[in-house]
Design a protein around this ligand. Structure first.
Ligand SMILES: Cc1ncc(COP(=O)(O)O)c(C=O)c1O
Length: 149
């Protein structure tokens, strides 16, 4: 699974994004009523989904999902994985959008959660993960780059 979070508030937007939105807002279908607008939006989303599927070697464009942001994406991914009854490893410096669903699952008895600590510089040790892995470990969930550090 690839999950892309373009750095929180995503400022500044690339100029291509600004130009695309500008062109889109000025285009005729946008002004020709909701049906035209929705059809064009659907085309844009379908094309984007196809290109992303190609880029990530996805089996089908149907596997590309757009969400409102990182919290929704991470909740969808974490709650959508088959974790129940299993063990999960994460780190103490994950964002709340990871820690909260995992801690809720742990509290409610759905999973067993191990939280790996970081050092004073924010680094986690790969051997700490290896030490925690069990037969029923279903997922290791780690930020590539933490907002905390
Ligand atoms: C590392 C990280 N993950 C997740 C999020 C949550 O993002 P969103 O506001 O899109 O839900 C943030 C937001 O700052 C973040 O920094």
């Amino acid at each position: 699974m690839y999950y892309l979070n373009n750095a929180a508030t995503s400022f500044p937007k690339p100029k291509e994004v600004i130009e695309a939105v500008d062109t889109y807002l000025q285009s005729a279908p946008f002004h020709s009523g909701r049906v035209g607008f929705e059809m064009q939006a659907e085309d844009v989303i379908t094309t984007c989904r196809q290109k992303l599927a190609q880029l990530f070697n996805a089996d089908t464009p149907d596997n590309i999902i757009f969400t409102s942001g990182a919290t929704e994406s991470l909740n969808l991914a974490i709650l959508g994985l088959n974790l129940i009854g299993g063990h999960v490893i994460t780190t103490a410096i994950e964002h709340n959008s990871v820690l909260r669903p995992l801690k809720t699952l742990d509290r409610d008895g759905g999973i067993e959660l191990s939280i790996v600590d970081c050092d004073t510089y924010g680094f986690v040790k790969p051997s700490d993960f290896a030490d925690q892995v069990k037969r029923n470990t279903r997922a290791i969930i780690v930020n590539h780059c933490s907002n905390v550090t």
